[in-house]
Design a binder for this molecule. Structure first.
Ligand code: NDP
Length: 485
């Protein structure tokens, strides 16, 4: 397996650095690629390249930036099958789920290419005669982008594309376990004619490379998605440096789907199964709590278990597989330990709860069964903490107010869903839940790129939204210009 490069100004293969192996989580015998473990100095150099490139890139006409983004979209579209396969090999999700990321990335490219040519300023009437006041949006400078492994293509894309579209330059550290698809995305930008230094890719440890992207004084803004714990660490570091830079933190979730007494039981079961076990539960938007009216519990639970039994677990490359492996050994150990925690807390394991072993297909991968705990109460750790795997907690409630309180009882606030036929209930729920996104009769997973997205409470610092037109706000600052004539 050949050694892959990084982008520090341009593509380089730093042969004097140690290289680490990236393995397929469905079959760990297979090495996908080798990437360099860069050092702090390398990250510093990449930030320098981004700073150098900014003066020219920030002055490029929006129409020219848009032309490059459209071209990147065409390149990715022409390579869609190959990219989806790479993503599955590296992260483990199924091919349809990988293809969903590829298509979302293409949509993001075309959306921001169109948006950026429209201009983002205003003209404001003045209190003085013969005066025009206008506002203009300007790029910030060098943006650090730090991303997790679970959406290794489309999630970085929804940060990088609006950053570059608005004239910023970027240094990106992908998660250590998913650098290959990151490399492919950056390569597509340069194949489309992006000038050197505008987008830099640095692979390596969080403690060296990640830390440099957070603390370097030439960084003008930082956008991070990852765990609450890391988000807090980063926030503290930036705070201690006493620098007024923009920091966007999108963190974890502990999302619930509520079945109302007026809701369609079959629909609720279907949406919950898709949102809890699709993407192997490794989505910030996954449903990990299913709230059911107390008097409907037995009917719903038996339907839930029957539907979950039909999930086909296996290698994401295979046709007909619904759920791939966990993405890493760390994930695998963590999920199994949460299953033990659930049992020890007295929750009732009604389905799954075990690794899958015993055949060539499963023995070398991080496969676990979709898992359902019943009788879960709000004080249990499995009801409060983000597990980030295919483990679903079934909980009961009596009134809609109580359901809303349970939804709000964790430190997170990302997404909440309700299944109901009653519009008043849907409205009351949407008003009462403290989250960034509400879904009514829809799965909690699945976001559209033209819609603003972001969590509240422990799910994000909630100063700026991602995606949609709103993403432009984070990556630009407003300048007001008064003109007398
Ligand atoms: P982590 O927080 O562990 O890591 C995320 C990224 O940050 C990785 O690139 C990691 O590098 C890097 N990193 C870790 N520590 C530091 C540090 N101290 N300084 C700088 N960089 C650092 O999260 P995971 O990768 O485990 O991702 C899963 C988490 O992401 C879940 O909590 C999930 O909910 C959240 N997430 C949130 C989303 C949202 O939109 N709200 C969407 C998707 C995921 P390395 O890989 O080298 O360790």
């Amino acid at each position: 397996m050949s050694e892959r490069g990084v982008f520090i100004g341009k593509l380089i293969i730093p042969r004097d650095r140690e290289f680490y192996e990236v393995r397929n989580p469905a079959d760990t015998r297979q090495v996908i690629a080798k990437f360099p473990r860069l050092r702090r100095d390398d990250a510093r150099e990449a930030i320098g390249k981004a700073k150098e490139a900014f003066s020219k890139w920030s002055k490029t006409l929006p129409v020219e930036r848009a032309r490059i983004l459209y071209k990147v979209a065409d390149i990715i579209e022409s390579r869609a099958d190959e990219l989806a396969r790479t993503l599955t090999l590296e992260e483990g999700k199924t091919i349809p789920d990988s293809m969903f990321e590829v298509v979302r990335t293409i949509n993001l490219l075309r959306f921001y290419a169109g948006l950026i040519t429209r201009g983002q300023g205003k003209v404001i009437p003045s209190q003085d005669k013969n005066t025009i006041i206008m506002t203009n949006r300007e790029p910030l400078g060098v943006v650090s982008v730090i991303t997790p492994w679970n959406f290794p293509l489309s999630l970085p894309a929804w940060k990088i594309i609006p950053a570059i579209a608005t004239g910023n330059t970027v240094v990106w550290k992908p998660a250590s376990i998913t650098p290959t698809i990151a490399y492919e995305l950056v390569k597509a930008f340069y194949d489309a004619g992006l000038p050197e230094g505008v987008l830099n890719l640095v692979t390596g440890s969080a403690s060296e490379v990640g830390d440099e992207l957070v603390t370097n004084k030439d960084v003008d803004a930082l956008t991070f998605t990852g765990s609450l714990q890391t988000g807090k660490e980063i926030n503290e570091k930036v705070g201690k440096m006493n620098r007024f830079i923009r920091v966007q933190l999108e963190l974890g979730g502990k999302n619930a789907t509520v079945l109302s007494r007026n809701g369609d039981v079959n629909l609720a079961v279907e949406l919950t199964v898709r949102s809890a076990f699709g993407l192997t539960g490794q989505a910030c938007t996954a449903t990990s709590r299913f709230l059911v009216p107390e008097d409907m519990h037995d009917e719903v639970l038996s339907k839930l278990v029957e539907r979950t039994k039909k999930i086909v677990v296996g290698n994401g490359l295979k046709n007909g597989v619904d759920m791939g492996p966990l993405a890493s050994k760390e994930q695998y150990d963590k999920i199994l330990s949460y299953i033990e925690i659930g049992k020890s807390e007295g929750a009732k394991l009604v389905y799954g709860g075990q690794p899958i072993r015993g055949s060539e297909e499963f023995d070398y991968g991080y496969f676990v069964m979709p898992t359902i705990f019943d009788g879960v109460t709000p004080d249990m750790r499995i009801a409060k903490e983000e597990i980030f795997g295919p483990v679903l907690a079934v909980m009961t409630y009596r009134t809609l107010d109580e359901a809303i309180d349970i939804v709000n009882s964790t430190e997170y606030g990302l997404i909440a869903g309700i299944v109901t036929r009653d519009i008043s209930e849907a409205a009351k729920f949407a008003e009462g839940v403290k989250v960034g996104v509400v879904k009514v009769n829809k799965p909690t997973i699945g976001l559209e790129p033209w819609v603003p997205y972001g969590g509240v409470k422990g799910s994000g610092n909630d100063m700026y939204k991602e995606m949609g037109e709103e993403a432009i706000e984070f990556f630009t600052r407003i300048k007001a210009i008064y003109v007398g004539y």
